[in-house]
Design a protein around this ligand. Structure first.
Ligand SMILES: Cc1ncc(COP(=O)(O)OP(=O)(O)O)c(N)n1
Ligand code: 3NM
Ligand code: MG
Length: 201
């Protein structure tokens, strides 16, 4: 499971066609993708499903891991490799029961959340927000790279990806703190040159 360059996106994040954004990012070397069609301007119903299918196909062609954000119903329909859930989503125990063989990611942003979670049922952790972000309305306050270090010390064998406000300039600090990868939205969707940005990440 390679989560080193983990791109997250929905159509609401894109200034041009989402398929083109993902294709460029896949060509440039992202290792994982999460379909996060969520928030103002996002698609629903059949439109969401149809876009998910097109994005899934791109990931298959480039051998990029494909994750669904939150939406349990889409996991099998899109043939996803896995799903990412947070503290306000379906409980991890239930998700694991439904998908014993899929990769499951869980968000943790504080020690209290760690203590209230069945961490052992997850395959990787999303740790954030590392830095301030404008891509998620209800993001917790920035926790800094210290949170990555704290998590890695507690769970040395658990893959951890940093998320929130990560850019070409600060990605190295996240990896140096012990993260196995960086998860980004705007660093790629707002990049002047997606290829260069993905390489720099
Ligand atoms: C890799 C990764 N890490 C964290 C999150 C955030 O998940 P969540 O807290 O459930 O928030 P939403 O993304 O659902 O708004 C993530 N999506 N991916
Ligand atoms: C989807 C998401 N989850 C977060 C968390 O803290 O759990 S921050 C975030 C948005 C990340 O977008 P950007 O790379 O543009 O900051
Ligand atoms: Mg969620």
């Amino acid at each position: 499971m390679n989560l080193r360059k983990y791109f997250i996106m929905g159509s609401q994040n894109c200034n041009y066609t989402p398929e083109d954004v993902l294709e460029k990012a896949a060509q440039a070397g992202i290792t994982a993708f999460q379909f996060r069609e969520k928030g103002e301007g996002s698609l629903t119903g059949q439109d969401k499903l149809a876009l998910g299918r097109r994005l899934r196909d791109i990931c298959t062609r480039y051998n990029v891991l494909f994750f669904v954000n939150d939406d349990i119903d889409l996991v099998e329909r899109l043939g996803a490799d896995g799903i990412h859930v947070g503290q306000d989503d379906m409980r991890l125990k239930e998700v694991r029961k439904m998908f014993p063989d899929k990769i499951i990611g869980l968000s943790v942003s504080s020690q209290t959340e760690v203590e209230n979670s069945s961490i052992e049922l997850a395959d990787y952790l999303g740790a954030g927000s590392v830095f301030a972000t404008s891509s998620k309305d209800d993001a917790e306050q920035a926790v800094g790279t210290k949170w990555i270090k704290t998590l890695k010390r507690q769970f040395p064998d658990m893959p951890i990806v940093g998320i929130g406000g990560i850019t070409e300039k600060n990605a190295a600090s996240v990896i140096n703190a012990g993260a196995d990868g960086v998860a980004v939205i705007s660093a790629i969707t707002k990049a002047d040159n997606v290829e260069v940005t993905v390489q720099n990440l």
